[in-house]
Design a protein around this ligand. Structure first.
Ligand SMILES: Nc1ncnc2c1ncn2[C@@H]1O[C@H](COP(=O)(O)OP(=O)(O)OP(=O)(O)O)[C@@H](O)[C@H]1O
Ligand SMILES: [Mg+2]
Length: 317
């Protein structure tokens, strides 16, 4: 049978809608059962999880109406704010966005509207896309990811017309609209005509955004703030800057991710290993460490395994 702390974690992950975590814990229990020789039970648990995962994958990506077909993807995230590890100031800014949306009719009565044009800036893997998913999850709104790079490469010369259609959709459909890596083109690898088109597309995007009266929240995310014209910033009602995590935030993230697997970790010894890694890399290293300890039939992750997994992530930089 699963031990008490596994059951507590399982219940906790269920009620905080942490599906990934729930599956991981259930698989840990399956591994434990298998070790005790209860292979039928272990197999039964694994089959339930596999079936659930493949159903989910089918549901996750729903195509929007035919015209915008492959340009916008809809998902329904369940992300929660308490899963994000961010400086207090950033959390407060995200809470303010949520609060203004929730109380938008109160603001409207006094001639104001909730903030809904938001720019997220920061290095890779620091939680920009996750923040958009969290805003959608907390507000129970669908998340629509607009594929800017595809608009540019597929509709070269007609990006403005395509963006017009996207904004017609935004006016008609309430949701969180994410223009992720919205300046993705404009790098050295891009063809010259694409760079020019990107500039035109960005201008159209900002004009449409300015004219928009929708209740939807429009989020743009970027790594390269230098590529953006200063004039662009004015169009956003909020600009949130993301950074690599502090050592304490890195420890907190690992702790959250390891859960009951992290009981024995001495975080003080890991300062060098976590320094310079992004939230995404720390998350991956924690998951790698959990898997490693499962495969080695260990009940929890130890400092050596975690150190190795963290160093491996650094090697990829
Ligand atoms: N601040 C954070 N708190 C908790 N987990 C995080 C955070 N940032 C990233 N993660 C984890 O890393 C994964 C990838 O991060 P995400 O895609 O949000 O990064 P990003 O800033 O959008 O990066 P990119 O610039 O490459 O698009 C997330 O799904 C989440 O599991
Ligand atoms: Mg992203």
């Amino acid at each position: 049978m699963a031990n008490a702390s596994q059951i507590v974690s399982l219940i906790h992950s269920h009620f905080s809608s942490e599906d990934e975590r729930f599956s991981t814990l259930a698989l840990q229990i399956a591994a434990h059962e298998a070790k005790l020789g209860h292979t039928a039970t272990a197999q039964q648990i694994r089959e339930i999880i596999d079936k659930q995962k493949s159903n989910k994958a089918k549901l996750r990506i729903i195509k929007i109406h035919s015209d915008l077909g492959d340009l916008i993807y809809e998902t329904t995230p369940k992300n929660r704010l308490n899963q994000l590890v961010l400086p207090e100031e950033l959390k407060l800014r995200i809470e303010r966005i949520l609060n203004e949306y929730r109380q938008r009719s109160k603001l409207q009565k006094h001639g104001h509207s909730h903030r809904k044009k938001i720019l997220l800036v920061g290095p890779p893997g620091t939680g920009k896309t996750a923040t958009a998913a969290t805003i959608a999850g907390e507000l129970h709104l669908p998340l629509y990811s607009v594929q800017m790079d595809r608009i540019i490469t597929k509709y070269l010369g007609e990006t403005s017309a395509k963006l017009r259609q996207v904004f017609d959709f935004i006016e008609a459909q309430k949701g969180v609209f994410l223009f992720d890596e919205f300046d993705a083109i404009g790098t050295e690898r891009s063809k010259e005509n694409e760079v020019g088109e990107m500039r035109r597309a960005l201008n159209s995007l900002l004009q449409f955004m300015e004219a928009s009266n929708s209740e939807s929240i429009i989020i743009a995310a970027t790594n390269n703030i230098e590529l953006l014209d200063k004039a662009l910033f004015r169009r956003f009602e909020d600009i949130l800057y993301y950074k690599l995590p502090s050592a304490d935030d890195a420890f907190q993230l690992i702790k959250n991710r390891l859960g009951t697997f992290g009981k024995g970790i001495k975080f003080k010894d890991l300062e060098n290993e976590v320094s310079g890694l992004s939230h995404a890399q720390l998350t991956q290293a924690s998951d790698d460490a959990i898997k490693e300890s499962i495969l080695n039939d260990m009940g929890s992750v130890d400092n050596d395994i975690l150190k190795t997994c963290l160093r491996e992530k650094r090697a990829y930089q």
